[in-house]
Design a protein around this ligand. Structure first.
Ligand SMILES: Nc1ncnc2c1ncn2[C@@H]1O[C@H](COP(=O)(O)OP(=O)(O)OP(=O)(O)O)[C@@H](O)[C@H]1O
Ligand SMILES: [Mg+2]
Length: 430
């Protein structure tokens, strides 16, 4: 048993895709038009909506059922316009020339190109839509960026909403049945509820809590109840800067899947804007300087126990220092890129390499693999020893990468920087 359930239970047929029936039907109808030999008026379909609700799955299932090659390209992974044109243009043209296999071109993370500075990506994609001879399916989580307007107007817009709790639950029951796992409905319901309509995270949660066992105790409800879903750094910052007590401030970091060094960079860079009074700010910076001394020692000498001191000082110390608030709402900003890269450069590289491998297996962009899958793969490796080997082979991970994910000792010469940050996280979890 070495499979990641989200992939194992990816719908094989369109009928297996749960929820969003209207959009599913509209998509099928649109594909039928292509098959009748007269391309529909809109030559691209834009499937949009939150993560893990079946957008990619629908296209893959349709392709599988009707004998299409689905050529996947991730817009946000593209380095430049030329490459994007080449990938899409080439396969779009080839499909009509060789005639051997039918193709669907699936362009994921289209919203990713709107964020990029150059408008070239959008212009290129627009042109490709106009020229394509094969069905072009675009996917985005949020297609409403004004810069995407020229894309939107060329697309059949198909909305995918969060799945209903009952739909998630039904799928979880089905998986439990197929895996031969005994688990109460109360547990599955809790997982379904936590997932907020994101079936990918529900299935991942389910696999993670079973830990390879065939019977799941109701005790896991406690874990599920208290477990924070990965909180966004912005939430954490808001809590830290507005906390009334040290305890409340340090609680902001619980369940946060972000390296401590990086959290530090965020707090430090946002402090001047969030703390308008100069003497408050001086106190906050003093606290941060102290925390930095501890953190430096954690990283240099690997004295993990010092994290215990660093965390309350960098969170609570800042919270209590802020006696005056800004007049209005001040939004949090990204810390300077350079500092982030400095603090976590090597670990980022390692994580990125792993994410690329996961992405290529699970039909995701690297960015998505990093945020949506890597923490789970890591959790599963850490808690279910039996799966390690199979998973490593499946994702083609190197021993160093497996070590890193499983939270074990990391080979020094290869990934020096990974160890402290990784341990720091593990430490905080326990
Ligand atoms: N509607 C669904 N029906 C059945 N399985 C689903 C559905 N939605 C998600 N899943 C499960 O979750 C996994 C991820 O789904 P999928 O890749 O289709 O999500 P997505 O909507 O494309 O998300 P993203 O926006 O993050 O790319 C699938 O492999 C499948 O196991
Ligand atoms: Mg997808």
């Amino acid at each position: 048993m070495s499979e990641i359930w989200v992939e194992k239970y990816r719908p094989k047929r369109v009928a297996d895709v749960v929820g969003n029936k209207k959009s599913v039907e509209a998509f099928v109808k649109w594909m039928k038009q292509w098959e009748l030999g007269k391309p529909p008026e809109k030559k691209a379909a834009l499937l949009y909506g939150p993560a893990g609700v079946g957008k990619t799955s629908l296209v893959l299932a349709y392709g599988r059922e009707h004998g299409y090659d689905v050529v996947e390209v991730n817009a946000s992974d593209w380095r430049n316009e030329a490459r994007m044109r080449w990938v899409v243009g080439e396969s779009s043209l080839q499909a009509t020339l060789d005639g051997s296999s039918r193709k669907i071109i699936l362009v994921d993370e289209v919203d990713g190109i709107a964020g990029k500075e150059d408008a070239g990506g959008i212009a290129a994609l627009r042109k490709i839509i106009d020229e394509t001879r094969v069905p072009l399916v675009l996917v985005a989580n949020n297609p409403w960026d004004p810069r995407l307007a020229p894309i939107r107007e060329r697309c059949l817009m198909l909305e995918f909403r969060r799945l209903r709790k009952s739909e998630v639950l039904r799928r979880l029951r089905e998986i439990a049945r197929q895996e031969g796992i005994r688990v109460s409905d109360a547990v599955l319901e809790k997982i379904a509820e936590n997932s907020e309509g994101d079936l990918r995270s529900a299935i991942n949660d389910f696999q993670a809590i079973t830990g390879g066992r065939k019977v799941v105790d109701e005790k896991v409800l406690e874990v599920l109840g208290s477990r924070n879903r990965v909180k966004q750094i912005f939430d954490a910052l808001r809590i830290i800067f507005n906390a009334k007590s040290i305890r409340a401030a340090r609680a902001a970091l619980e369940g946060l899947e972000i390296d401590l060094d990086m959290v530090y960079a965020w707090i430090l860079d946002n402090a001047p804007a969030q703390i308008p009074d100069p003497s408050d700010l001086a106190d906050a910076l003093e606290a941060l300087a102290k925390a930095d001394v501890f953190l430096a020692r954690v990283n240099r000498k690997q004295e993990w126990r010092l994290i215990k001191y660093a965390v309350p000082i960098m969170t609570g110390g800042v919270a209590v220092a802020r006696r005056h608030k800004p007049a209005g709402f001040v939004k949090f900003s990204f810390p300077s890129r350079i500092r982030l890269l400095q603090s976590t450069g090597r670990e980022r590289e390692l994580r990125r390499n792993i994410a690329q491998k996961i992405a290529s297996k699970l039909h995701l962009s690297t960015a998505k693999a990093l945020t949506h899958m890597l923490p789970y793969v890591s959790f599963i490796l850490e808690n279910d020893g039996g799966m390690g080997k199979g998973l490593a082979e499946y994702f083609e991970l190197t021993p160093a990468e497996v070590n890193y994910l499983a939270g074990g000792k990391v080979e020094k010469e290869k990934v020096k920087a990974a160890a402290p940050a990784r341990r720091a996280r593990r430490r905080r979890r326990s």
